[in-house]
Design a binder for this molecule. Structure first.
Ligand SMILES: [Mn+2]
Length: 199
């Protein structure tokens, strides 16, 4: 799956853990004229209630796409009072400011690649569960041809270390992930490859 002829190409791989029908991970991405947004929410535990919480978070973010990452995290958190908690990662690009911002509460990972280097943001610890909590938003310059991968904790470090990203189309990145990763998942897995082509 990829977006048609936009500034950002996206490819997603998702699979529930072994023996589960419901995937507790939910994701959403969208591009507008000036922004790109990608979200992964992973409901704590597994099964139906995990899915419910992660979908509540995705829904509120869909409805409020144009606000900052910080405000999105706060809004998502408010929706979770009395529900199963989630871990959440939000990546947002601002095309005119040439800037991207990212925040992760709990272990949604993001790695950002340019031709020269690779940078992995440190997530905030904990999870969202309706209570106010401090968190940081990471911001940096958005460069043409930057590649990002965003993933839930079903993706293992040892898999990531084998991943070859450079100069690859997003579809090839997800394909190579599927190729190197184990077939039977111990946790719900969402893996999203994202490239800003700068056009
Ligand atoms: Mn998980």
């Amino acid at each position: 799956m990829s977006t048609a002829n936009n500034k950002v190409d996206v490819s997603v791989f998702q699979k529930p853990k072994k023996g589960n029908y419901y995937c507790g991970d939910s994701y959403f991405y969208a591009e507008t004229e000036n922004e790109f947004l990608c979200v992964i929410a992973d409901g704590l535990g597994s099964g139906e209630y995990a899915t419910e919480s992660s979908q509540i978070v995705i829904q509120i973010i869909k409805e409020n796409m144009n606000i900052s990452v910080e405000e999105l995290v706060k809004k998502a958190n408010q929706q979770l009072y009395g529900k199963r908690g989630v871990v959440l990662g939000i990546l947002k690009m601002d095309f005119s400011k040439k800037e991207y911002s990212f925040s992760s509460i709990g272990n949604i990972g993001v790695i950002q690649y340019t031709a020269e280097k690779k940078k992995r943001s440190i997530p905030n610890s904990g999870y969202l569960g309706g209570y106010e909590r401090p968190f940081k938003v990471f911001k940096d310059t958005l460069e043409d041809n930057m590649t990002f991968i965003m993933f839930s904790d079903g993706v293992k470090d040892k898999e990531l270390s084998k991943l070859y990203i450079k100069d690859k189309e997003v579809e090839c990145i997800t394909k190579s992930y599927v190729y190197i990763s184990e077939d039977e998942r111990k946790d719900d897995t969402t893996f999203i490859a994202i490239r800003y082509n700068g056009n």
